[in-house]
Ligand binder design. Structure first.
Ligand code: SAH
Length: 220
């Protein structure tokens, strides 16, 4: 193995132990995935040395790749199974989509900014993530033709739970979405069963804005 890849593997192991497992993520599938996906390839070359740090990083277009722990927390909260079909709103760098694709059968991901969509698409193709289906559009209405989904993850902060997305969740489905104002949000988990929707609060978080018909209006 090349020296560089040994270094990144060691950094991933440290990230898993010190940031993810140490803070209570226990799902073995989730931990294994974070040991595997090359996070440094999802940021620009200039930021590669910081890729495994305990913080979000800029990915261009004023957007960010989330802090590793947040990606892990959201992934674990989705309670994923091998044969699940998952919808992600906010592809960004494509890192969260790659993490999901390591665990589930198929990932559908939507990104509204074309340059990020193209960049993520090229990278995920190069890394052979063929089970990720991508679209460039406003994802706040979901992806009706491909739904319903076993799990839905929104990786941008919404003013309210986007109701259209709940309609595209199967019975038994799980959804996580950051909800709040533009400066801070609470990570909300919703589960759907025969009796309806159940909500729990996983705690504070900070995401860029979900912009669209059922999110924030675009500001100039
Ligand atoms: N999951 C990403 C993090 C993305 S940051 C990763 O792993 O890197 C949030 C992303 O959501 C940004 O790229 C932003 O452009 C996108 N976004 C915001 N509103 C959106 C919308 N309505 N539909 C689709 N994508 C949206």
């Amino acid at each position: 193995m090349k020296k560089e890849s040994i270094k990144h593997e060691r950094q991933r192991e440290e990230m898993v132990q010190q940031q993810i497992a140490a803070r209570g993520i226990t799902d073995a599938k989730v931990l294994a995935t974070f040991r595997k996906v090359p996070r440094h390839l999802f940021v620009s070359e200039a930021l590669r040395d910081q890729a495994y740090g305990d913080y979000p990083l800029p990915i261009g277009e004023q957007q960010t790749i989330s802090q590793p722990y947040i990606v892990a927390e959201m992934t674990q909260a989705l309670e994923l199974n091998n044969d699940d079909r998952v919808l992600e709103i906010g592809t960004g760098s494509g890192y969260q989509a790659a993490i999901l694709a390591e665990i589930v059968y198929r990932v559908y991901t939507v990104e509204r900014i074309r340059t990020l969509y193209v960049q993520a698409r090229n990278l995920l193709d190069k890394l052979h993530y063929h089970s990720i289906v991508m679209r460039c559009s406003d994802g706040t209405s979901g992806w009706r033709d491909e739904g319903p989904f076993d799990a839905i993850i929104v990786t941008a902060g919404a003013p309210d739970v986007p109701e259209k997305l709940l309609d595209q969740l199967v019975e038994g489905g799980r959804m996580v979405v950051p909800v709040g104002n533009q400066h801070s949000q609470e990570l909300i988990k919703l589960t759907k069963d025969k009796s309806g929707i159940h909500k729990s609060n996983l705690g504070g978080c900070r995401f860029v804005k979900l912009i669209g018909a059922h999110g924030w209006k675009e500001s100039r």
